[in-house]
Design a protein around this ligand. Structure first.
Ligand SMILES: *[C@@H]1O[C@H](CO)[C@@H](O)[C@H](O)[C@H]1NC(C)=O
Ligand SMILES: *[C@@H]1O[C@H](CO)[C@@H](O)[C@H](O)[C@H]1NC(C)=O
Ligand SMILES: *[C@@H]1O[C@H](CO)[C@@H](O)[C@H](O)[C@H]1NC(C)=O
Ligand SMILES: *[C@@H]1O[C@H](CO)[C@@H](O)[C@H](O)[C@H]1NC(C)=O
Ligand SMILES: *[C@@H]1O[C@H](CO)[C@@H](O)[C@H](O)[C@H]1NC(C)=O
Length: 315
């Protein structure tokens, strides 16, 4: 009883595991030697079965693979080198590389990537070199894409259709040395300013910098994006658009009108005050009429002078 139930399932699992690991098996048409599996250019349409589990280097380049199955890939926990260059991979999902956390080198260049989901590389904290060049339909990268790839030293983003990048995406890449950015239609608008400033202050190597140029706007077309930081800052911080001029004009007009109204009100108050005072002194004069005949003449004269235009005489 105890003999039958004890070792049963455990033994099964064990032998299953051994079968997968020890399998001197090698995928059809691939070459396997010393933890290295080479399946280069053999017309594979999908990820090959039977990749030995202790594989450290896997070459799948120059095939027609359209997607990477996370389940199979995740079994290769010793994998440090994965070359998927020149296939037809369309998407990389959050879980695709979740099991291959020892990866140091990952080449996804010359595929047809349209989406790299934000946490795709979040387990790849040992990754040193990442190549996603020549994926012309990629168009955008999330700002969390590189949040955990803190060992990255070489990053190739050539010919990816990217128009803009968020500098927040690069803030955890403290060891980054070399960054390729050419052949992308960079849109150098004010949202791009922070990234261009980052390029200036970070002192990275840009071997292709002369070819990494702005496409838009027209006045910055052809500028290398590693040098566009200052003109862009000038444009975005001190440059005024037509709306800004209209706004300033409106403000100016408001201040002018408010000033005019205030001056008019002050004038009105002054006139009313003067009138009131004159009236008071007239009354006083009338009271003293009998005693001071000479003075009343002067008062009437003053009244005639100042009463002509209704405004008090200032001097
Ligand atoms: C690559 O992806 C684009 C956009 O999804 C698609 O139009 C195109 O046909 C794909 N190319 C290949 C060779 O699969
Ligand atoms: C980075 O890794 C840590 C620990 O593995 C995880 O908790 C966190 O969610 C990751 N962050 C991102 C943005 O992937
Ligand atoms: C990235 O891949 C492209 C195309 O496969 C290749 O030309 C380029 O040299 C690679 N970049 C790096 C930094 O190795
Ligand atoms: C700049 O261009 C990018 C990419 O097209 C766009 O997402 C962003 O909204 C633009 N920013 C401004 C301020 O126009
Ligand atoms: C820049 O592009 C031109 C033409 O496409 C090419 O001949 C040259 O080698 C490129 N330079 C660099 C540094 O990538």
């Amino acid at each position: 009883m105890s003999l039958a139930s004890g070792p049963g399932p455990g033994w099964l699992l064990f032998s299953f595991g051994m079968g997968l690991v020890s399998g001197s098996k090698c995928p059809n048409n691939c070459q396997c030697q010393a933890q290295e599996v080479i399946c280069t250019g053999i017309q594979l349409a999908e990820y090959p079965p039977d990749v030995p589990l202790n594989t450290r280097r896997l070459y799948l380049n120059d095939n027609r693979i359209t997607f990477l199955p996370a389940m199979n890939l995740g079994l290769l926990s010793d994998l440090v080198y994965l070359d998927c260059r020149n296939n037809l991979i369309r998407e990389v999902m959050d879980y695709t590389f979740i099991g291959v956390f020892r990866l140091i080198y990952l080449d996804l260049s010359s595929n047809n990537l349209t989406l790299i989901s934000p946490y795709s590389f979040s387990m790849l904290s040992n990754l040193v070199q990442l190549n996603i060049s020549n994926n012309p339909h990629l168009f955008s990268l999330n700002k969390y894409t590189f949040a955990n790839t803190s060992s990255l030293r070489y990053l190739d983003l050539r010919n990816t259709g990217l128009q803009t990048l968020d500098n927040a995406a690069f803030q955890n890449l403290l060891t980054l040395q070399t960054l390729y950015l050419s052949e992308n239609p960079w849109k150098c608008n004010c949202s791009f300013l922070d990234f261009t400033i980052y390029l200036i202050v970070s002192h990275l190597n840009h071997p292709d910098e002369q070819n990494a140029t702005c496409v838009e706007p027209a006045e910055l077309a052809g500028w290398p994006i590693t040098q566009v930081g200052n003109p862009l800052r000038y444009m975005c911080i001190t440059h005024l658009d037509r709306q800004d001029y209209i706004f300033l004009l409106l403000i100016g007009f408001c201040i002018f009108s408010a000033g005019t109204v205030a001056a008019w009100l002050t004038g009105m108050c002054a006139v009313l005050y003067q009138n009131a005072r004159r009236k008071a002194s007239e009354d006083e004069a009338e009271d003293e009429h009998g005693q001071r005949g000479d003075d009343s003449g002067r008062i009437f004269q003053n009244r005639a002078d100042s009463g002509q235009d209704g405004f008090p005489q200032l001097i």
